[in-house]
Design a protein around this ligand. Structure first.
Ligand code: MG
Length: 333
């Protein structure tokens, strides 16, 4: 079966920086079409993928896809068995299959899954790393439109940054350290950050240091959310005692089917759930947004950070996610 793919350069409104990576001005995504269904992969080098590896994966899997594309569980089992890693590539295929099925049945994805579209959360809006005064200026710009801010930290000036932000906003703040802190440093900083009304901490320490995460959780009053430490459902049981919640991303886990699995496994372990994203167009963001009636926190702002979004789909009402009612993912080009 033919998988049609197209690479797009998404240009960023502001150069974007996080703790472990240099600033960059654009991100590449790859969109796919399978029998009228569309999906998108936003591959991350951190997880070993680029648009080129996604394209190779798509060429490999195309001829192997079964005829009955409606049976998504079966199709994705074939994809899983054939492709190994390649989670961003899998995510694009899975997204296109769900979009195709929704369009065929004439229902939006949330309805296909029996979800209440009014139960979507508010999304946070991300402030990338920069000089404290620049981050404060960006926060001031964003704070009227977005009720929750997510701030990237992981520098020697973390507390100074939060102080600068608190001078311009009293909105809830989530902090994402993107693995930058040692466990002891995390405990010390989180104690300070709590005094500035920070509500949760994402991935304070190294991805594989689960003992470190557990130490931070036991010595911190703020909820700890794992991101880089958790990719798929099978990672969740061993994390259950180490964190308060997990951040699910379609490109990490391999798509909507696995994301559903993760939601149920996480709930079984009493964990809270965030749905996050990469820098993506409204195609990838809207697909993820259809799952949000099932989660506690949404960080779906990747499409808001770019200036050349090829799609329109999910919209915001003062930060609350509003799902499109068109069949499938429901985006238009
Ligand atoms: Mg994160």
């Amino acid at each position: 079966m033919d998988i049609i793919s197209r690479i797009t350069d998404l240009r960023l409104q502001h150069p974007f920086k996080i703790a472990r990576r240099a600033t960059d001005a654009y991100r590449q995504v790859i969109s796919v079409e399978i029998e009228g269904g569309i999906g998108e992969a936003a591959p991350a080098r951190f997880y070993g993928e680029t648009v080129q590896t996604v394209r190779v994966a798509l060429e490999t899997i195309g001829p192997e896809l079964p005829d009955d594309l409606d049976a998504i569980h079966d199709v994705m089992a074939t994809v899983e068995a054939t492709l190994g890693g390649n989670y961003a590539a899998k995510s694009a295929i899975d997204m296109a299959l769900y979009d195709r099925l929704g369009k065929k049945l004439g229902v939006p994805l949330y309805q296909l899954w029996g979800l209440n579209p009014h139960k979507t959360p508010y999304t946070s809006f991300t402030i990338g790393l920069d000089e404290p005064e620049v981050m404060a200026a960006k926060t001031k710009q964003a704070e009227e439109a977005y009720p929750i801010l997510k701030v990237k930290l992981g520098t020697p000036r973390d507390i100074e940054i939060i102080q600068a932000l608190r001078n311009v906003t009293d909105k809830p703040i989530y902090v994402d350290a993107n693995t930058a802190w040692t466990p002891k440093e995390a405990v010390r900083k989180i104690r300070e950050l709590a005094r500035y009304g920070v509500e949760l901490i994402e991935q304070p320490t190294k991805p594989h240091d689960l003992a470190g995460l557990k130490f931070v959780r036991e010595h911190s009053e703020l909820p700890i959310i794992a991101d880089e430490s958790v990719k798929r459902a099978s990672d969740i049981p061993m994390l259950a005692e180490c964190v308060d919640g997990i951040n699910i991303k379609l490109v990490k886990c391999g798509g909507l089917l696995e994301a559903h699995r993760m939601i149920h496994v996480a709930r079984t372990h009493g964990l809270s759930i965030m749905i996050g994203c990469m820098i993506e167009s409204s195609l990838g963001i809207t697909a993820a947004a259809h799952l949000t009636p099932l989660v506690d926190y949404a960080d779906l702002d990747g499409n808001l950070l770019i200036v050349n979004d090829p799609y329109t789909g999910v919209t915001l009402d003062k930060g609350k996610l509003i799902l499109p009612e068109c069949p499938g993912i429901g985006v238009t080009e």
